[in-house]
Design a binder for this molecule. Structure first.
Ligand code: B12
Ligand code: SF4
Length: 463
């Protein structure tokens, strides 16, 4: 059988980049766990042209909620051409009924325990509508099919070593999507990190861990980094703030080639952190935590969310200054997004604060709910102002200069590259923002009828 795996994408906002530097791991992982008797191609809509007239026997789509309209469009086009279209991923898992309107079959949860059954059934002409994937044990997972990645991605070695996270932040689907905390055997991960069939030295050198929270199990991370050290890679990951207090771990991170960590800092308000169930973050420690990581020459990327109940327009815009004060090298600035499958979604639904917006509003840069202390339009504007202030020439250049003075070479390149890129976006695309006359004007046509909250959903929420 021939299979086209497509990762759907829709441009996210006026400052957004259509081309990403680092690929998702989902498609190339799915291709790797596909039995070898099948022929697989992987497309990323973000960078690749999608072959609608493909001769494939099966089209498999994966997508986040914000890209659902693009996935539904693709499904419609392929079905018009007589193709069987299946889908999986975080959106499908929490939106089963809607997904069944668009796809011939869906996989909820993790593919490892369901994908092979689906392929077998399709081969026999006995496709079921829903396949339920259970959390997999992460043993014996193959190396992702890096060979199927388009050469448009700048960095290509993406790896997942662990799955899940012990925390329960109110806006995050990870605890329900990937329950528990599971680890791949260290030797499997090191084998993938050692994969070197890439054309450019930086693609061989840089390893990006797409984990939820790589460092949480200390015994495991120590074992992994000790084995990683001789490979002399530069690596990056997502971690929680507690690493900053662990000198031994930070030293090992430095010695094994860590150049960047992404921390979910989210907010400068104690009340907002409490609302978010982000008990692991302590505002008074932010600066010292960043300094401890910088001491090892490692760059700190950090995520911040605008739209908590205690946020005001002013507090959001001021975040730009606070982010500079605590020394973040690359900020990632999102709008609170109430994804299905999260506690915040249920809370907002109960309080009748969900806006009936299309899925394209669920991309981390738009407003899909009624904020407590602002209108949705004000929140959007405050976020855009925060973005503009954060990536102003002054702040971007300051971050680059600070990086040149304090970071190790790989981390310095990261700060230089990302800050220059966003500063360029800031200079080139300084659009005014108007929800009803958005630069992405065609978005409104994507609001599907399925976005209306069903009677059943309201009943469940208020029960
Ligand atoms: C790595 C990661 C990123 C990376 C890479 C993004 C990417 N496009 O892959 C970065 C940091 C760039 C990122 C950014 C964003 N992310 Co992110 N990210 C993750 C993370 C931590 C891991 C995803 C991953 O690679 N897992 C490993 C692979 C192998 O597993 P998987 O993708 O889950 O796929 C498995 C199953 O879902 C299933 N499956 C998936 N697709 C399909 C398709 C078929 C046909 C089948 C059979 C099965 C199947 O099988 C796979 C194997 O078990 C998840 C959290 C999580 N645990 O899922 C969040 C997550 C996916 N991200 C999320 C979000 C919201 C975003 C952003 C929008 C955030 C923002 N504010 O900007 C951006 C979007 C950027 C973009 N351009 O796509 C949400 C998505 C929620 C939703 N309902 O859409 C998640 C779930 C986290 C959360 N907040 O809850 N992210
Ligand atoms: S720490 Fe990160 S991955 Fe874990 S629940 Fe919170 S937001 Fe999700």
């Amino acid at each position: 059988m021939t299979i086209d795996i497509i990762i759907a994408y829709l441009k996210r906002y006026e400052f957004g980049h259509e081309k990403d530097f680092v690929p998702p791991i989902t498609g190339i992982h799915l291709a790797a766990i596909t039995p070898r008797e099948h022929t697989v191609r992987v497309f990323h809509q973000q960078v690749d042209r999608i072959d609608l007239d493909s001769q494939a026997d099966l089209i498999a789509l994966s997508f986040f909620s914000g890209f659902a309209p693009a996935a539904f469009d693709l499904a419609r086009e392929f079905k018009k051409r007589g193709k069987t279209v299946v889908a999986g991923g975080p959106h499908v898992t929490f939106n089963i009924d809607e997904s069944l309107d668009h796809f011939d079959a869906i996989v909820t949860g993790e593919a490892e325990t369901a994908w092979i059954d689906l392929l077998r059934d399709h081969g026999l002409g006995q496709l079921k509508r829903v396949y339920t994937g259970r959390p997999c044990d992460m043993k014996d997972l193959p190396t992702p099919r890096y060979d199927l990645l388009s050469n448009k991605f700048f960095i290509r070695k993406v790896i997942q070593a662990t799955r899940g996270c012990p925390f329960t932040c109110s806006f995050c689907t990870v605890p329900t999507l990937n329950p528990g905390f599971r680890l791949r055997p260290v030797q499997d991960v090191v084998r993938d990190a050692a994969y070197d069939a890439f054309p450019h030295w930086w693609q061989r050198k840089v390893v990006w861990f797409w984990d939820d929270n790589l460092t949480i199990n200390r015994k495991y991370i120590h074992a992994l980094l000790t084995e990683l050290k001789p490979l002399k890679k530069w690596w990056l990951t997502q971690a929680s703030l507690d690493i900053a207090k662990d000198d031994k771990l930070l030293d090992l991170m430095r010695d094994s080639g860590c150049i960047g960590v992404f921390l979910g800092i989210e907010s400068f308000s104690t009340e907002s952190l409490a609302d978010a169930h982000k008990r692991q973050n302590k505002i008074e420690h932010y600066k010292t935590a960043v300094a401890a990581i910088h001491k090892r020459g490692i760059a700190v990327m950090a995520g911040f969310i605008a739209g908590f109940d205690h946020d005001t327009r002013e507090s959001i815009e001021e975040m730009a200054d606070r982010i500079m004060e605590i020394g973040i090298d690359v900020p990632f600035l999102s709008v609170m997004t109430p994804f299905r499958g999260t506690p915040i979604y249920h809370e907002l639904l109960k309080e009748n604060r969900m806006l009936e917006k299309g899925w394209q509003f669920y991309n981390g840069y738009n407003v899909a709910f009624k904020p407590r202390r602002m209108t949705p339009e004000e929140l959007l504007l405050a976020h855009r102002n925060l973005w503009k202030r954060s990536f102003s020439v002054t702040y971007s250049v300051k971050r680059i200069m600070r990086g040149l003075l304090t970071l190790r070479p790989g981390a310095m390149c990261l700060s230089l590259f990302m800050n220059s890129f966003y500063m360029y976006k800031r200079i080139r695309k300084n659009y005014p923002v108007d929800m009803n006359n958005h630069p992405m004007g065609h978005w409104e046509e994507y609001v599907p009828a399925t976005m209306k909250l069903s009677q059943r959903e309201r009943a469940v929420a208020t029960a």
